[in-house]
Design a protein around this ligand. Structure first.
Ligand code: XMP
Length: 513
């Protein structure tokens, strides 16, 4: 990994999007806290620096400011949004509160067609803005490159040094040609090639894993989800039989899940797979438990117990592998005025269970989810695994409301299989975030043929989301809804009613428990 762009994070909700866009240009990018010392940045030998956006005002007393020596490193700098205001603040310009906030779509007029940032682009571009403060005087030796309706300094460039600033957000989809602007920055201005590819990463990661692990053995908890599956395939490529994967069936898996994992990893990949069927134990521990939090706790604790016992059976191993991804690793810095920066998903439980003395191997820790998927395909994993929808750790338990029984799980599993099948059939399964069935804990009256029924209700949930933090319910076409309801009620014994969940997040959560 020779070339890289370093992004200083000033707390924008889009910082990670910038990093991903750069990597889509086949250039490696790293996010570091805004106050990282210039010396540390220099030691990373970046080809370019980007100052991200952020919620602050440069004149606020608690404004996040970078080490001013970053401008002396002789490395190109691009300031985005708040980042351009920082350029002005440090290099002799002026920033003021705009008379009105510029938010949403705007039209950029490029005045200087020779500016490398806009190379190959038309001189009128749709861009997306989100800022209150704006530049009112250019920093020294800067010229105006582009304007918008509301901003005379929408893009600026230093006359001799490779310093650039843009007021709008090139990283978001609402700036349709933004990716080309970013590509111009990394390739034309910073001179980066296209060395960052998942094919290349495999070679590099394989070497690193071998160097770290040596002749020792590694254990990996395989859940069948994307991250642990890709980690398993990568580790297997690197160290073969030194890897043992432990797959725990907690009895809360979906239809055919345990079979698919054994088929793909055991039979196709010939990975050493230790299959632990702990269904009976989990169901015993869950007997009588109805409170959602309690369910999660019982499942979490039972899992650790089962996994710990399984690792002992697996034999002596020095390392435990985990499919940790880059977003979990990025150091989040508290930025004044941005409470969102502090919110971390409650599901990201990191670290090892107490008492387990392993060293960690985390071969995906510098990758974003979309990169992990590409990597998975490169490693030969099937699309069904690589593009699987997210599935919660506690499994069907959080979709089986009230007390969990084998029969309720059967009903839920069969209904869910129909939802998955029909969603795949319609082509929507891989386009949306999640689609699944939920079993409600009460019965209602119906008629089937001449008979009165008194059976359960299945709720169908389908949501669109970028990251699971917020979500919209999917407006499924009526014919799909009709098919789902008809099939579930006809084919699943114990169900006589089907409803569709039209709650977004917030205020609802995606899962029901
Ligand atoms: P909620 O229900 O909080 O879910 O809106 C957001 C996303 O997280 C998934 N989820 C979980 N994932 N362990 C997990 O690994 C859990 O306990 C858990 N609970 C929810 C959920 O499927 C959705 O994608």
């Amino acid at each position: 990994m020779n070339e890289q762009i370093v992004i200083l994070d000033f707390g924008s909700q889009y910082t990670q999007v910038i990093a991903r866009r750069i990597r889509e240009c086949n250039v490696y990018s790293t996010i570091v806290p805004f106050n990282t010392p210039a010396k540390e940045i220099a030691a990373m030998s970046p080809q370019g620096i980007i100052l991200s956006g952020g919620p602050s005002s440069v004149y606020a007393t608690d404004a996040p400011l970078p080490d001013k020596d970053i401008f002396k490193l002789g490395v190109p700098v691009l300031g985005i949004c708040f980042g351009v205001q920082l350029l002005a603040h440090f290099l002799g310009g002026k920033v003021e509160k705009g008379p009105k906030r510029e938010y949403g779509k705007g039209t950029l007029r490029v005045l200087d067609p020779n500016c490398a940032l806009f190379d190959g682009l038309p001189n009128s571009l749709q861009v997306w803005n989100s800022h209150g403060d704006k530049l009112t005087r250019l920093p020294k030796n800067f010229t105006v490159v582009a304007t918008t309706e509301n901003s005379d300094y929408a893009a600026i460039e230093h006359s001799t040094k490779k310093f650039f600033g843009i007021q709008f957000h090139p990283e978001v989809v609402h700036t349709p040609r933004g990716k080309e602007i970013i590509a111009n920055y990394v390739h034309r201005i910073c001179g980066c090639g296209k060395g960052w590819t998942m094919r290349g990463y495999i070679e590099q990661a394989v070497e690193e894993i071998r160097a770290q692990v040596g002749k020792e053995r590694v254990i990996l908890g395989l859940s069948g989800g994307v991250d642990s599956s890709v980690a398993a395939a990568l580790l297997h490529k690197a160290i073969g039989d030194q890897l043992t994967c432990i797959f725990v069936n907690n009895g809360l898996l979906r239809a055919r899940e345990a079979e698919v994992v054994q088929e793909v990893f055991g039979r196709n990949f010939k990975i050493k797979l230790q299959y632990e069927d702990a269904t009976a134990l989990f169901l015993k521990k869950l007997k009588g438990v109805t409170d959602p939090e309690r369910k999660r706790k019982v499942i979490g604790k039972t899992f650790i117990d089962v996994f710990q016992a399984a690792t002992k059976r697996a034999g002596k191993a020095k390392f435990l592998a985990q499919g940790t991804l880059y977003p979990d690793v990025i150091e989040s810095v508290p930025i004044a005025g941005n409470p969102a920066a502090m919110i971390k998903s409650h599901h990201n439980v990191g670290g090892l269970p107490r008492g387990m003395k392993f060293k960690l191997v985390e071969p995906l820790r510098c990758l974003f989810k979309d990169e992990v998927r590409v990597l998975g395909l490169e490693l030969g994993l099937p699309k069904e695994i690589v593009w699987r929808q997210p599935f919660p750790g506690p499994g069907l338990a959080v979709r089986c409301l009230g007390e969990i029984t084998r029969d309720k799980l059967r009903i839920l599993r069969e209904s869910d299989a129909i939802v998955v099948e029909e969603m795949k059939h319609s082509g929507l399964y891989y386009k949306i975030w999640q689609s699944f069935a939920v079993l409600l804990p009460c019965r209602s009256v119906g008629v089937m043929g001449d008979e009165r029924t008194y059976d359960f209700t299945i709720a169908v949930r389908a949501v669109e989301s970028q990251d699971g933090m917020t979500a919209d319910w999917v407006k499924l076409p009526y014919d799909i809804l009709e098919k789902l309801a008809t099939r579930i009620i006809n084919e699943v014994k114990g169900v006589n009613r089907c409803v569709f969940d039209i709650t977004s997040k917030p205020p609802g959560t995606i899962e029901w428990e």
